[in-house]
Every structure is written in C-alpha cells, then in structure tokens.
Ligand binder design. Sequence first.
Ligand code: ASP
Length: 438
Amino acid sequence: MQLKVVKFGGSSLADAEHFKMVKEIVTAEEGRRYVIPSAPGKRFAEDTKVTDMLYKCYELAKKGENIESYFNLIKERYNLIIDGLGLDFDLSDEFVKIKNAFIHHAGKDYIASRGEYLSGLVLANYLGFDFIDASDVIYFTDNGSFDADRTNELLGEILKNHKYAVIPGFYGSMPNGTIKTFSRGGSDITGSIVARAAEADLYENWTDVSGFMMADPRIIKDPKPIDVVTYRELRELSYMGAGVLHEDSIFPVRFAGIPINIKNTNDRTAPGTMIVPETDVYDTDRVITGIAGKKGFSVISIEKDMMNAEVGFCRKVLGVLEELGICFEHLPSGIDTMCVIVNSADIAEYHDRLLNKICAAVNPDTISIEDGMALVAVVGRAMVKNHGTAAKVFRAVAKADVNIRMIDQGSSEFNIILGVNESDFETTLNAIYNEFVK
Ligand code: ASP
C-alpha cells in the first residue's frame, strides 16, 4: 500500500458539497492517511475566502470597531458546512475563544491560522480521523524561519502514533508557543513537510485545476497541460509566477525525493501533473516544458571605463544592495557595463539612496534606474539535448517585433530568461508559446 499525504486547497473545502467530495477521495484509498486542509475558499467568484475574512476582522478589531456582525459571517461559513454534512458536532467553544482573541488583540498570525484550524477540526470529525494541531508539530525558529530539522524529527515520531490524521495547513508555532503562519497559500508547504516526515510515497495536492498548464491561461488561450515536470523546472516556473503551488512547498519533498501529484478535486479522473525528482522523458514535439513570466522589474545600469580591470567592482555594488536589504534577480554584464535587475517594489522607497550609495561606492561614469521591465522564463529539461532552442525562442520574439532588453541563460541550460518592456509581455509569451506548441 502506498502511503499518501493529501492536501486540499480552499476551493476543495469551500462548502459541504466539497467536503463530501474530499471524503470520497480520501476514503477511496486506504493509503491516503494524512490529510492537510486549507481554510474554506471561495464558493463563487465574488465570495470571500475565510482567511481573508479573518484578516478583515482582525483589522476591524484593531481599529476598535465592533466585530460582532462580521465575525458571525465567519461562524456561518463553518456552521453551514457542519449542517450540510449532518454532523453532530459543534464549534461554539472554539468560536468563543477566537472572538475573545480578537477582542484581546491576539496576533495577526494566530487569527489567520484559525481558518485552517477550524477546517481541520470539522474534517477530522467528518472523516473519523485523529486531529493533530499544527502548532504541536510544525516549528519555527526564533528568527521566524521554518525549523525543518526539529519539525521533521518530532513530527515523524508523532505520526507513528496516528494511523489516520488531519493536520491543518498554513501554521505552526514559535519557540515561545505563539502561532506563526507561512506566507499566503502556505498549506502547500505544510503538506510537503508532512509528506517528508511521514516518508510518504506520494504527496497529492488537490486543487481546482487539473495540474499545471504550459503557460498562464489568462494570457495564452487554452494552454496545454504539463504531464510531468521536474522539481527544478517547477521551481523556475513557480518563481516566475506560475501559480497552483506555493513555491516554497517544493523543498521538503524534494529533499526526500517524494513526487507531488497535482490533482483536481472536481475532475478526479484527470491525471493532473506529476512533479518528479528527475526524468529523461519529455514530449519530443515540444522541447519546452513551460513558459512563465512577471512584470514589475527595474534595471540598474552602471557604466564605467575599465570596469573590467577594477577588482571588487561588482562586490561593492552588490554590497550596497545587501546593506539596503534588496535581493537581485539577474546580473547581466559587459566589459565596462553592469546591470542589476531587481524587483521594482523592493527599491521603490530607495531610488535616490540607492543611486547615491552606489555612486559613493564605485564612482561610475553613468548610472540609471529604469522601471517597466518584464521577465519571461522559458523552461525545459529537454533544452539541454535539443540544439537550436534558444534560436527558436529569439526568432519567435523577433517575428513578433519585440525588442529583447536582456538575456540570461544559466549553465544548467534548462532555462532561458528574457527581459522585455512590460508593454510587450503578453505578445512575447504568445509568440514563444505558438512557436513551440503546435
Ligand atoms: N488559507 C491560507 C491562504 O488563503 C493558506 C492556504 O490556503 O494555503 O493563503
């Protein structure tokens, strides 16, 4: 029997009907032993996710406003689910505790985590599984980063005592016992952590789409699905904006070599996307696995004659970024030029300070910051073996009359990054997609 950890996203737990589907999925296989729920998501387009309702309620309480009526809406979401499932189960005591927490200005993370916590209580009751509070098994360190070693060791031990259990996603606890959440969408990370600790054969991540698409369907019409993708490819694609899975959720399972299967709760028979450690198999018609991209980058361009001979030039420039706590994305350079690509949002407050500090550090001939760049990543493990892929990418972009402002291809050869004007972003993605996918 294969041991599976199954995570269900908010859309898979939005209402009682979805809880019923979840039960059918979980009980269809004996090996689906550990279940990670999100908080209930949207039931229809204009609906609000429970997590967002909790954040809103937190803001109201912070401003000293009366939260009664808004808090009742949150209670109602859960009560509708409990009634719809016909459970003899009641969350009244929990609601009292949470309401008190609002009134006493409990931390934002604690408040946000209650969405998953309550979801977990209901689901455990409905499935007849044990409930393990994530705050007892997922640990953060004092500086707020996830404590992978401690969690893996202790969670692994605890799971041995529970054949079937529900563990809420999204949160854990700090060394002092307070609750801390991962970033938004973080239940994916919890699923991955539990899969590693349980030494699972597979991490199934159930959502509302049948896996990853080769490109963003909001930009490319009906993109083809990706059947198989490696962790490395996925990391590149999700970093560059391909949604579906939280980008940090790859690390725990990747570490343990456990594959992830993205599945659709509303279309159970669809195979979804398999994310695997390594594979030589690829679709010979396509060569590329996917295309993703993001707008909102800025280019810091620095020129100085004889820069190439000035030892430590790059280090000094990057030292300024480090001092201001700014990460950089890419670093294309020429003989006497150096460009640093950064997230525009990260430098918004620092424009002038950044320029002044770099000038003081390296005394350049010219320096400028230009906003409005979009990055596009063309990713494919098969690119290593297929000559001419880069030429094909550039031909497609040239045919679409788009000017490429930056090119970056790492030595791993499975990723080509292009920088284009934001206004050319959609055209670029379409041109590349249509060149490779017939
Ligand atoms: N409920 C949280 C959010 O909406 C975490 C999650 O769903 O993964 O971000």
